[in-house]
Design a protein around this ligand. Structure first.
Ligand code: SAM
Length: 329
C-alpha cells in the first residue's frame, strides 16, 4: 500500500471519521458486468473515494491488481485503510486524475481496466466543514484538495458578474444565472454556505422556490466545479487512460450532469471514430484510426430500483468502451 507523504497540514479539522465515510457505489451491477470478462491485470480507479467500487472490483476477480487515486487526502486515507485486506494487490495514491499517465507509467504495466466515478463523494457532501452543501453552515470552501489555493469564497466574493453567469450556465445549466450573479454581487461579502443559499433563494422567482429541490443546489454544483476545475481535467485524463489500455482493456465512466457527460461522449466518440483531419473529398492519409469500440452506443442510466434505494444515483450516466488492437502499419 503506497501512501504519499502528507502535504502541508489542512487548514480545517474534519469531524467525519473514517468510519462515517459512506458512499454507496453507483451503478455497481453495470460496472461489474462490464469488467467481468477481464479476470486479471492492472486496474485503475481514478476516483477512489470511499473505495466502494474498488472493493467490489477486487472481490470480483482475485487476480486483479488496482491502483486507486484521489485528489482528496481524506479519501486516500480511508480507501487505503478499507483496502488493507487486499494487501499488495492495491496501491492508493494522492493525485489528480489528469496526472494518471505518470502514475501508470511509473508502474510500467498496461491497463486492463479503468473506472472514473466523477464528481463529489457523499463524504465530501456530508462533512459540514468542507462547505460543499447548503444543508450545513460553514465557511465557503469546496476544495477537494485542501492544499489548493482557490476556494469557493474567492469565487463568490471576487469573480465578476460575467464570470459568475458563465460558470452558473456552463457548470449547472442554471436558468436564473444572471439574477443569481447580480444578487451575489450585491450581497458581498458572503461568508458562509447558508448565507449563499439564502442569497440564491432570494434571487430566483417564487415559483422556483416551491419545486422541491433547494434552489441553491445548482449554484453550489457550479461553484464546486469551478473551484476544482473539474470539467477541464476530464478530457486529458480519459485520453491518457485510453492510450495506456491493453487491447481488450475496458474503461467505464460515470458522470453526473450534462456538462461532464458531453465531454465523456466526445472523447469516446473521437477515440471510436478516429479524428481524421484530411479533406472530406479525399481518402484518409493522416493515419487517423479507431482506438476503441463503444460497448454501449447510448448512455445508460440507473434503474428505478437503484434510484429509490440511493437517490444520489439519480443523475448518473454510464458510458463504457473497449480498447481495440493497434492496427498493423
Ligand atoms: C463520486 S466519488 C467516488 C466514489 C467511489 N467510486 C466509491 O465507490 O466510494 C468521487 C471522488 O473522486 C474524487 N475526484 C474528483 N475529481 C478528481 C480528480 N480530478 N482527480 C482525482 N480525484 C478526483 C473526489 O475527491 C471523490 O473522492
Amino acid at each position: 500500500m503506497t501512501l504519499p507523504p502528507k502535504g502541508p497540514s489542512s487548514p480545517i479539522e474534519l469531524t467525519n471519521s473514517t468510519a462515517s465515510f459512506r458512499h454507496e457505489p453507483v451503478m455497481l451491477q453495470e460496472i461489474l458486468e462490464t469488467f467481468k470478462p477481464i479476470e486479471n491485470g492492472l486496474f485503475v480507479d481514478a476516483t477512489i473515494g470511499g473505495a466502494g467500487h474498488a472493493q467490489a472490483l477486487l472481490k470480483q476477480a482475485p487476480k486483479r491488481q488496482l491502483i486507486g487515486i484521489d485528489r482528496d487526502m481524506s479519501a486516500v486515507e480511508v480507501a487505503a485503510s478499507r483496502l488493507k485486506a487486499f494487501g499488495d494487490r492495491v496501491q492508493v495514491q494522492h493525485a489528480r486524475f489528469d496526472q494518471i499517465g505518470k502514475v501508470i507509467d511509473d508502474d510500467g504495466r498496461q491497463l486492463s481496466g479503468a473506472l472514473f466515478d466523477l464528481g463529489v463523494s457523499s463524504h465530501q457532501l456530508d462533512t459540514p466543514e468542507r462547505g460543499f452543501s447548503h444543508r450545513f453552515s460553514s465557511p465557503l470552501d469546496m476544495r477537494m484538495n485542501l492544499n489548493d489555493s482557490l476556494d469557493a469564497s474567492t469565487v463568490i466574493n471576487s469573480y465578476e458578474e460575467a464570470e459568475l453567469v458563465y460558470l452558473l450556465r456552463n457548470n449547472s445549466d442554471e436558468r436564473f444565472a444572471r439574477r443569481i450573479a447580480q444578487s451575489i454581487i450585491s450581497a458581498r461579502p458572503i461568508e458562509s454556505t447558508t448565507e449563499l443559499a439564502e442569497v440564491v433563494r432570494g434571487a430566483v422567482p417564487a415559483a422556483t422556490r416551491r419545486t422541491g429541490r433547494h434552489p441553491a443546489m445548482r449554484t453550489f454544483q457550479a461553484i464546486r466545479i469551478a473551484v476544482n476545475s473539474e470539467l477541464e481535467l476530464i478530457e486529458p485524463a480519459l485520453k491518457q487512460v485510453i492510450e495506456r489500455l491493453r487491447p481488450g482493456g475496458r474503461i467505464v465512466v460515470l458522470s453526473y450532469h450534462s456538462g461532464e457527460d458531453r465531454i465523456v461522449k466526445q472523447v469516446f466518440r473521437e477515440a471510436a471514430d478516429g479524428v481524421c483531419v484530411c479533406p472530406s473529398t479525399l481518402p484518409c492519409i493522416c493515419g487517423s484510426e479507431s482506438n476503441v469500440k463503444l460497448l454501449r452506443r447510448k448512455v445508460v442510466r440507473p434503474t428505478t430500483e437503484e434510484i429509490e434505494a440511493n437517490p444520489r444515483s439519480a443523475s448518473a450516466r454510464f458510458r463504457a468502451a473497449e480498447r481495440l488492437p493497434v492496427a498493423e502499419a
